[in-house]
Every structure is written in C-alpha cells, then in structure tokens.
Design a protein around this ligand. Structure first.
Ligand SMILES: Cc1cc2nc3c(=O)[nH]c(=O)nc-3n(C[C@H](O)[C@H](O)[C@H](O)COP(=O)(O)O)c2cc1C
Length: 343
C-alpha cells in the first residue's frame, strides 16, 4: 500500500440531499443492484443510483419494473433513476419514487445511448429535443418535493445541441444537480472523455456538477476535480468487481492491498447478497419462477465474476465454466481452485 493522506473533498449538497464524500457510484443497468450498491456504500461510495427504471413501466403497474427499482432500507443516499419521454409519465413515476420513501432524490436519465431506449425517444434522444427535456424536468420538479437531478452527456452527436445549451436548459428548468458523462452519446463508452467540455459546463452552472467518464484509477478523481472544478465525481466501470476503489479514493492511494483471498471473500459476500435479494423478490411476487433464488443469483453474478478475477493467473478455466455454475457452492469451489493457483 502506498503511504498517503486522506482526500479532503467538500460535501455535496443539493436540496435536502447531503453527500458527505462526493465520489459516487454510477448507475449501470444490470450491475448496480442492491448487492453491488451496498458493497460500494460500505466501502466509501458517497451515494448510489437505483437501476434504470422505466417511467412507463411504473405507470403500467408492472411488477417487473417495481422489482428493478427495488432497494433495501440501508442504502443512502440513493437516487431513484428513471427514464422515459412522456412528461406526464415521468412526473407520475417521480411521484411514485418519492412515495416509496426509500429514495433521497429522483434522477432523470438523459444520456442512455442504448437503441432500445433511444428508439423510444428517451435517454440520450432527449439531447436532440431540449424543449422536451426542459418540459420533463419542469413537470417532474412540480410533482415532487424531493430534489431532482439529471444524468446526461455532453451531447448526442456533433450536429445536435452542444454541452452549454444542455447545461442551460437543465438548470433553467429547475434541476437541483447534474451529473455529466463527458462523452457524446454517439460514442457510447469509447474514446477519450472530453473533460474540457465538462469544465466549461461547470463554469456556467450554479447547480452542483458531478463529473463522470474516464476514471480508471483513484488518482484520476483528483485530476478530474483539479482540471474541471466539478463538485463531485462518479465512477462506473472501474467499480465493477472493485468496491475497494472508493476506499482508495478516500485514502488518496492506489495499490491498496487487495489480496486474492480478499477478492474471494468479497465474491462470496456479493453472491450471498444476491441470493438474499432474490429470495426477497420471489417471496413478494406471484411466480411461477423459472429459477430458484440461488440459481437467479448465480446467473446475475456471472457478469461480475470476470471483473473480480481480473489479472489472475489461469482465470480462463473459471470463466469458461460460468454457464454451468448454478449453485453458490459450485461457484465458490471453482473460485477456490483459482485462489489456490494464485497464492
Ligand atoms: C453496463 C453499463 C450500464 C450502464 N447503465 C446506465 C444506466 O442505466 N443509466 C445511466 O445513466 N448510465 C448508465 N451507464 C453509464 C454509466 O453510468 C457511466 O456514465 C459510464 O460508464 C461512464 O463512466 P465510467 O467511465 O466511469 O464507466 C452504464 C454503463 C455501463 C458500462
């Protein structure tokens, strides 16, 4: 471990929300369920976002949608992260998010570039229609008393409204905070993030700005804050299979000891939490269920395993077997074989 001093960051406040350590976990659909979120919070993440939840699904009373939004009572601060393109549906969904009493604020997704979302005119597609984006923010603000934030990009492509126009609309429509992924939507997650654009947005905005995109190591958090002036930083992919990253940022240190055994124990805990979540989910729903809670957990955990075993010798054997591993014991048996080879 490198000797270091603790990182001093000012708490980030907007409305009733106070994020003591403003380095937060990014929403990542399919990864950031309650199991990952609680692990990251326990390792220092300042806040988390719910899974991406469809406003239309909430409106239709879809059981599947409510399951996506599920959270545990010990996750705070947490945003209910919703998407949609209909201002009324978004306002209704935001109201629902508030009424659950489980969320500290509501966040509007205006950056998702995935075809399924964009083809419906939602997510990043709203960056092509700023009057609509403004109307959604205004309607949502009027519908709830908890704070409202927007997670967005620096633009859709080079021919659509630019980052400063987006910033202006978001702020003037009443959003309390903005989180900006510093890439165009057309670039998905590839290419260098444009921190200059992020810095320009920060300079023009009075509301707090969380910067996102391109944080792969703890020291890059300081670099982003110093070069853009943002009030907080959001970490996505670098936190998958790596909840320790928040502790490292806090300690201003990379190279934290993360022994193979620590990774093993974190994996055991992560999959245990997934089983627990699936048990809860199935207890509260009608069924029939295609998979038992344990099987469902093992399937969900498959996407995390490659990240936990990054860099380990002979991980290929485990990765090739993943599809067959349908019990926690079977997963952990294979993990233990890998641990033995790497200690
Ligand atoms: C698998 C995956 C799922 C994502 N899902 C969402 C989402 O549901 N909502 C959202 O606003 N952004 C989503 N993102 C984008 C991230 O929140 C983040 O903006 C992006 O990964 C850039 O940050 P990073 O470089 O730290 O990973 C997702 C990204 C990934 C890789």
């Amino acid at each position: 471990m490198l000797a270091s001093q603790a990182m001093q960051l000012n708490p980030l406040r907007f409305g009733t929300v106070e994020i003591d350590f403003p380095v937060v976990l990014a929403p990542m659909a399919g990864y950031t369920d309650s199991a990952m979120r609680t692990l990251c919070l326990e390792h220092g993440a300042g806040a988390v976002y719910s899974e991406l939840t469809s406003a239309e699904g909430i409106r239709r009373d879809s059981e599947k949608t409510f399951q996506v939004l599920e959270t545990t009572t010990n996750e705070h601060p947490i945003a209910g992260h919703i998407f949609g393109r209909d201002p009324e549906a978004m306002a209704e969904a935001a109201k629902y998010v508030e009424q659950t009493g489980l969320f500290d604020w509501v966040d509007l997704n205006c950056g998702c570039p995935v075809k399924k979302v964009v083809s419906r005119g939602a997510g990043a597609a709203m960056l092509k229609d700023l009057p609509l984006l403004g109307e959604i923010i205004e309607k949502v603000k009027a519908a709830v008393s908890i704070p409202v934030s927007v997670k967005t990009r620096i633009g859709f492509n080079n021919n659509t409204p630019g980052h400063l126009e987006i910033a202006k609309v978001v702020e003037q429509s009443g959003a309390d905070m903005i989180a900006v992924h510093a890439r165009l939507a057309k670039n998905f997650h590839g290419g260098d993030p444009d921190w200059d654009a992020l810095g320009e947005m920060k300079q023009t905005l009075k509301i707090p700005v969380i910067g996102n995109g391109g944080i792969n190591a703890p020291e890059e958090v300081t670099r982003m804050i110093e070069s853009t002036g943002v009030d907080g930083v959001m970490i996505g992919r670098a936190a998958i299979g790596n909840p320790w990253i928040f502790k490292e940022v806090k300690a201003c240190s990379s190279g934290f000891s993360r022994s193979v055994l620590e990774r093993r124990d974190m994996m055991a805990e992560h999959v245990r939490r997934l089983v627990e979540l699936n048990e809860l989910k199935q207890t509260g729903s009608k069924g029939p269920h295609r998979y038992s809670p344990e099987e469902a957990a093992c399937i969900q955990f498959r996407t995390h395993i490659p990240y936990y075993v990054r860099g380990l010798f002979d991980k290929k054997r485990l990765l090739m077997k993943l599809a067959q591993l349908m019990t926690v014991d079977a997963i952990m048996e294979e993990v233990d074989i890998l641990v033995e080879k790497n200690t």
